[in-house]
Design a protein around this ligand. Structure first.
Ligand code: GTQ
Length: 347
């Protein structure tokens, strides 16, 4: 049953002014805006960012702004649906591209939002997270969960660029976003837990019952070479359907961050992949390959290192052209699961 609701204009001016004066407003003219029928109306506009277009501007930032003047030298992606300067690509997801030049360090800080990095180009970069030095290799997914100290450094010869994904818009909206600064960390002298405790999937260290539980974030780095090998095997021997693997906390099987989820995807050459429509918003970062993605009927062509944003309940079709393609999907499904409303609808 849908009735036509009253509008603001139907109300006498003196009544409207009286409401404004005492800081109240009528709900009914805005009822359908805040509670549309059957599905939300996204503000987010799908978009594809070309890495080739961003890269020169980011490198120029390296000449224009010393890292000391930037703290983090980042160009962030702006959702066209929210207008200039919007520091988000979806309701919950912030994406930035960060540049570090050889020899530079980005100072240590800790903040309430969680972050993850995907390494885009360059060798020799590293992030220290709560004392673990995590080497950054192309395609690696590296977590810096909320509440963990992190600083970045670069021991290589060429610029290092990585993609930052944060749940910053959510924390900003919650008026919960802040950072504390501190001195650079002295890293532990051993390889990170992905090389020590979590070397092979399905195996975690045996623990005594009276020993404290491991950190909430036991594995902070997911090396791309292992991920790609896993996808390729899954593509050959899996049971059909999308070739997509979830990045999880190896101790709990849950999503690796509390609000954001990450998956690795393989699109086989010439294949069309039509995922179910999801209540989560999503961002695709192309690791390698070339193709296009239809989002709600509009075509977005992409190649390696590009980023595509998709709103909630988007109708998505991926097409890989000229060989296999690999992507990492960043989404807010874990947050929605925790809030009890994550939903999927047929493609
Ligand atoms: O590297 O810690 O893109 O704190 C935005 C905020 C990166 C970081 C961003 C941050 C960082």
């Amino acid at each position: 049953m849908s009735t036509q609701l009253g509008t603001l204009e139907e109300l006498p001016l003196d009544y409207r002014d009286a409401m404004t004066d005492i800081a109240v407003a009528p709900l009914w003219p805005q009822m359908r805006k805040v509670l549309p029928h059957n599905a939300p109306i996204p503000v987010t506009k799908p978009h594809c960012w070309s890495y080739q277009a961003i890269r020169p501007l980011l490198l120029r930032a390296g000449e224009l702004t010393p890292v000391e003047k930037a703290e983090r030298r980042v160009l962030f992606l702006v959702d066209p649906g929210r207008g200039p300067g919007a520091m988000q690509v979806s309701p919950t997801i912030y994406i930035g591209l960060q540049l570090l030049l050889p020899g530079e360090t980005a100072p240590a800080h800790v903040h309430t939002p969680s972050a993850a990095r995907i390494v885009v180009e360059g060798e020799g970069g590293y992030t220290v997270v709560d004392g673990d030095k995590l080497p950054m290799k192309a395609g690696d997914l590296i977590l810096t969960p909320g509440g963990c100290w992190h600083d970045h450094g670069h021991e290589g010869k060429d610029p290092v660029i990585w993609l930052d994904a944060l749940d910053l818009p959510l924390f900003y909206y919650l008026e919960g976003s802040y950072a504390i600064e501190g001195p650079l960390q002295a890293p532990r002298n051993r390889p990170d837990p992905s090389e020590v405790e979590y070397r092979a999937s399905g195996l975690v260290p045996s623990r005594r019952r009276d020993k404290p539980a491991p950190s909430a974030y036991p594995m902070m780095r997911f090396p791309w070479d292992r991920t790609e090998a896993a996808l390729r095997h899954f593509a050959v021997h899996g049971e059909g359907g999308p070739i997509e693997l979830d990045y999880i906390n190896p101790e709990t099987g849950q999503s690796c961050l509390p609000t954001l989820g990450f998956t690795a995807m393989m699109l086989r050459a010439g294949e069309t992949v039509k995922p179910v429509r999801k209540s989560s918003s999503g961002v695709f970062h192309v690791i390698s390959g070339k193709g296009y993605t239809m989002v709600d009927g509009k075509r977005h062509d992409w190649k390696a290192k590009d980023v595509i944003s998709t709103p909630v309940f988007a109708k998505i079709e991926h097409h890989a052209e000229e060989g296999d393609a690999f992507m990492i999907r960043i989404h807010d499904g874990p947050l929605q699961e925790r809030l009890g409303y994550y939903e999927e609808r047929p493609a």
